[in-house]
Design a protein around this ligand. Structure first.
Ligand SMILES: NC(=O)c1ccc[n+]([C@@H]2O[C@H](COP(=O)([O-])OP(=O)(O)OC[C@H]3O[C@@H](n4cnc5c(N)ncnc54)[C@H](OP(=O)(O)O)[C@@H]3O)[C@@H](O)[C@H]2O)c1
Length: 290
């Protein structure tokens, strides 16, 4: 454990992570376990646990891993998982709100059920887990909540309005929560990754319909081409897990941590450039992806 760690001394710190069946969640579970955390690795479907168990075994951290079922869209499942965590560990030092999915399509063509699923998972789910953990951290007078947002929480891209809306909501929620919890010793941080190579893109792209005869067909095809290319060429998601590891060791973390070239460039671009210039750059990048 890093000597600068703000985690309380004298006991093994505990991290509860959502969505650990793949991607950032799985890598974060392994990374924090290597840093000395006891991990409560949660996933909505425990049948998808094999990859995490296998990698934890290889990394020699399996004994630090406790797997629990947690579907962020099911309040009873959230309450049961937090209760089981407390029975197991007696405390929660770090919560990583990572579970998420990406719904895409042009606004007019995304059905309301898909809009709701997007918000239920990425936004209301994150709130439900946070609300269940807050009383624990407030009573401890310590804790760190890391909300995994996205570059899409900073700038909306065409073809991914549901995803952008959910992540913008996470950003506003986190700003308010951070200020509410400051005097209770609970710190709130937002991690904002650009594109990284995880299964989220193939899952999301598979769910996008681009029907024959749609007035948006050609534009949506550009977006899909861009997404497929990004999914193939995106960097190693371990960078995000490593960043989360570093954040847990900080006594006074910042609010926002953009990670990945695209995310940092967009953050600077959005701060410095007029919106019209920025949307021109986004549009040219999409068209260039032939
Ligand atoms: N990869 C990127 O480029 C990127 C960039 C910016 C932000 N992000 C964010 O990073 C987070 C992790 O995504 P990822 O890229 O690592 O993708 P991923 O590999 O698809 O992981 C998403 C995880 O969330 C889980 N999940 C989905 N719905 C859930 C629910 N209702 N309850 C509990 N868990 C649920 C998934 O479980 P199943 O296996 O059961 O589906 C999976 O474990 C997400 O919040 C995503 O928006 C990703």
């Amino acid at each position: 454990m890093n000597s600068n760690s703000s985690q309380p001394k004298g006991h093994e710190p505990v991290a509860l992570i959502t969505g650990t069946s793949s991607g950032f969640g799985l890598l974060t579970a392994l990374t924090l376990a290597r840093l000395g955390y006891k991990i409560v690795a949660t996933m909505r479907d425990l049948e998808r646990r094999d990859e995490l168990i296998q990698q934890a075994e290889q990394a020699g951290v399996l004994e630090r891993m406790h797997l629990l079922a947690l579907d962020v869209t099911d309040e009873a499942s959230v309450a049961a998982a937090v209760q089981a965590t407390l029975e197991l560990t007696g405390r929660i030092d770090v919560l990583v709100n990572n579970a998420g999915l990406a719904v895409g399509g042009f606004v007019e063509e995304v059905d309301m059920e898909a809009w709701r699923r997007q918000m239920e998972t990425n936004f209301f789910g994150l709130i439900a887990v946070t609300k269940a953990v807050l009383p624990v951290m407030r009573a401890q007078r310590s804790g760190l909540i890391i909300n995994v947002s996205s570059v899409s929480g900073l700038t909306g891209f065409p073809g991914y309005a549901p995803y952008a809306a959910s992540k913008f909501a996470v950003e506003g929620f986190s700003e308010s929560l951070r200020q509410e919890m400051l005097s209770y010793g609970v710190r709130v941080v937002i991690v904002e990754p650009g594109s990284f190579r995880t299964p989220i893109w193939s899952k999301g792209i598979a769910g996008i319909h681009n029907p024959e005869g749609s007035p948006y067909r050609a534009r949506l095809e550009e977006v899909l081409r861009y997404s497929r290319r990004s999914a193939e060429t995106a960097p190693d998601p371990q960078q995000v897990a490593d960043l989360i590891g570093r954040i847990t060791a900080k006594r006074a973390p910042r609010l926002r941590y953009p990670v990945g070239k695209g995310s940092r460039m967009l953050m600077i671009g959005k701060a410095l450039l007029p919106w019209k210039v920025l949307e021109g750059i986004i549009s040219r990048s999409l068209r260039a992806m032939k």
